[in-house]
Design a protein around this ligand. Structure first.
Ligand SMILES: NC(=O)c1ccc[n+]([C@@H]2O[C@H](COP(=O)([O-])OP(=O)(O)OC[C@H]3O[C@@H](n4cnc5c(N)ncnc54)[C@H](O)[C@@H]3O)[C@@H](O)[C@H]2O)c1
Length: 343
């Protein structure tokens, strides 16, 4: 659905890119786009949250241009090997769930903060010119001001958000202290094919797809009037590629990556049930979760100025493609007619 060659031409031809967390949801889409663009891609992933199935359809087919290293970013020797001769590092590896971070703050700090430091050190030692970091909109906390602008004070409401903020500060410190350029992309609720639905901590669109395809009513935590700037994964990939090939230094800046469109969780549940042909599966409401924020919406001015970023896939199109993917994965095709009607 996205023509990467049209968007990025030969900017990545024969470039060597390290994608940490490349067996995960976003990392695998980055890897796929980079391989399409003629890059050599090294993936390091410990498979704690990812799966080789995420890159199997395109990784091995790329032959020598694709290398997978099953290891942790806490292993500095392996990282040194993985970063050698790289033109850019796209650092996606992390533990990603807000509620799980509330249960395991130490583990989150180790992987997300020490792990990020390790990636930066490896990049510095290998003279990699740029590192791009997967930061998070959770940095904005629950301030009621919308849209979220990068200059607003950060306000971590969970250990996960705190680790991601620490990562941003490390990226900015490295840009300031060493001969390395960095960027922190604050992702807003990324969704799309391959997002893990089989976890107690699954993101909302993946969890809704799984419930609806199993004929269950989806569970909403809270009243469902919370809203999110749901962003199709190709938009996050596009922003990473723009940051990776920027000809001007990004100098550790923090940059929102989103669609700048707000959708409530109630509306999302309704849309997805319609797309899957199960409008009778109305949501069940459970207690709000600790650390969850009420509303989220990005301002994209910095992304436009610094990266010339504009969303390339709208929410509705991304949602239809995502629902279709989960449907195919589950071996069902029930919602096809409804999808046409809703579109
Ligand atoms: N999905 C979103 O909406 C969202 C929003 C904001 C930020 N992010 C960030 O984007 C990045 C990618 O997220 P995702 O949604 O693709 O999640 P994901 O869990 O699918 O991908 C993360 C990958 O990192 C790997 N990983 C975890 N610990 C590791 C370690 N110690 N060493 C090596 N690999 C390790 C996992 O196995 C997994 O493949 C993460 O840094 C996440 O914090 C995601």
């Amino acid at each position: 659905m996205t023509n990467w060659n049209q968007l990025h031409g030969d900017a990545f031809q024969d470039k060597r890119v390290l994608v940490t967390g490349g067996a995960g949801f976003i990392g695998s889409h980055l890897t796929e786009a980079l391989l399409t663009l003629g890059a050599n891609v090294v993936v390091i992933d410990d498979l704690s949250g990812g799966d080789v199935a995420n890159f199997e359809p395109f990784g091995p087919a790329a032959g020598d241009r694709f290398r997978f290293i099953e290891a942790s970013i806490l292993d500095t020797d392996v990282l040194a090997d993985a970063t050698a001769d790289c033109d850019v590092v796209l650092h996606q590896a992390a533990l990603g769930s807000v509620p799980r971070s509330v249960e395991q703050p130490e583990l989150y700090t180790q992987v997300n903060v020490t792990g990020t430091l390790n990636v930066l050190e490896a990049a510095r030692n290998a003279n990699v010119p740029r590192v791009v970091f997967a930061a998070s909109s959770s940095a904005y906390g629950d301030s009621e001001t919308l849209p979220k602008i990068e200059t607003m004070p950060a306000n971590a409401k969970s250990p996960y958000a705190a680790t991601k903020l620490a990562g941003e500060h490390l990226l900015s410190a490295y840009a300031g202290c060493y001969d390395i350029d960095t960027a922190s992309l604050r992702y807003f609720n990324i969704f799309g094919p391959r997002q893990n639905a089989n976890s107690a901590y699954a993101a909302v669109i993946a969890a809704f797809a799984k419930a609806l395809l199993e004929g269950q009513r989806p569970t909403i935590f809270g009243d469902g009037e919370q809203s999110r700037d749901f962003t199709f994964v190709h938009n996050a990939v596009h922003a990473n590629l723009l940051a990776a090939r920027s000809t001007t230094p990004i100098a550790g800046r923090v940059i929102n990556v989103a669609c700048a469109q707000r959708v409530t969780v109630n509306h999302l549940a309704k849309l997805m049930a319609e797309l899957l042909g199960r409008p009778e599966l109305t949501p069940i409401h459970a207690d709000e979760r600790a650390g969850d924020v009420k509303h989220s919406l990005a301002d994209l001015t910095v992304a436009q100025d610094a990266l010339q970023y504009e969303p390339i896939v709208a929410f509705d199109d991304g949602l239809a493609a995502t629902v279709q993917w989960y449907e195919q994965e589950s071996g069902q095709e029930s919602g096809q007619e409804n999808r046409k009607a809703v579109k």
